[in-house]
Design a binder for this molecule. Structure first.
Ligand SMILES: Nc1ncnc2c1ncn2[C@@H]1O[C@H](COP(=O)(O)OP(=O)(O)OP(=O)(O)O)[C@@H](O)[C@H]1O
Ligand SMILES: [Mg+2]
Length: 230
């Protein structure tokens, strides 16, 4: 309780993002606003090129907006220096991309543990947590498999476990089901929702699937640089 009750755990306020390429300036995001508290989730749909990935990159501090502000747990991320950002991102944000981006020479378990290397927490604790997460995503018997020895859906589940290993407050997923068949896509989508609820995190998920989007507490369409409530 206290004055921070009025401040959402995540907010993006009046976000504008412009890209200049070959002298031509394009305004991709034109005043995007969203507020989410822990435990809430949001699905973003919208046509190719509408700026969905661009928004996730800004939300995850991988890029900075042209104007507007992003705040996470009362931290205005625009105030963080280039030196502070990587540690902040590593601790507070988990990413799941369309392609799993697992390192091929590392096992499932080692891939999940990668983001913990920089945190300085005890490796036994981390190891236990990684095992537990792999179990939660249904891979208890695949812990020591290399990515090449996993199916597409299994690889994506390893990527989900990896995104959660540092207990991020913000979980960002960019078409995490894009390369999967319908059945596996639905499973990954539901898995993300379940893990987000269990960890009381915020989940923002870009998807092409209206069916998946309907399962989220909130869904918006990115259109002409703005979020339109579906
Ligand atoms: N670094 C960049 N420099 C210049 N233009 C960019 C850059 N990143 C993105 N864009 C442009 O911004 C627009 C939005 O791109 P973005 O990747 O966010 O789209 P998207 O909605 O995720 O599309 P998709 O559904 O195809 O993944 C595109 O027209 C793209 O060319
Ligand atoms: Mg995209």
């Amino acid at each position: 309780m206290g004055f921070q009750d009025s401040m959402p755990d995540f907010s993006a306020t009046k976000i504008v993002k412009e890209f200049t390429t070959g002298g031509q300036q394009l305004r991709i995001l034109d005043g995007v606003n969203v507020e989410l508290d822990r435990g809430q989730n949001l699905a973003i749909v919208g046509p190719s090129g509408s700026g969905k990935s661009t928004f996730l990159h800004l939300a995850g501090t991988l890029d900075r907006p042209t104007s507007g502000s992003i705040s996470l747990l009362a931290t205005d991320v625009s105030k963080l220096t280039e030196k502070q950002l990587p540690a902040f991102r590593n601790e507070q944000v988990g990413f799941v991309f369309q392609e799993h981006h697992l390192l091929p020479q590392l096992t499932a378990l080692e891939n999940v543990l990668l983001p913990t290397l920089a945190t300085g927490k005890s490796s036994q604790t981390q190891n236990d947590r990684a095992q537990e997460l792999l179990e939660q995503v249904g891979l208890r018997d695949r812990v020591h498999h290399l990515p090449a020895a996993l199916s597409g859906g299994e690889r994506q589940r390893v990527a989900v476990a990896r995104a959660l290993i540092n207990e991020p407050v913000l979980l960002l997923a960019d078409e995490p089901t894009g390369s999967l068949d319908q059945e596996n896509a639905d499973k990954i989508g539901q898995l993300l929702l379940d893990l987000q609820a269990a960890s009381n995190a915020i989940l923002i998920c870009v998807t092409h699937s209206d069916r998946l989007a309907q399962r989220f507490g909130q869904h918006v369409r990115l259109q002409n640089g703005k979020f339109v409530r579906d």
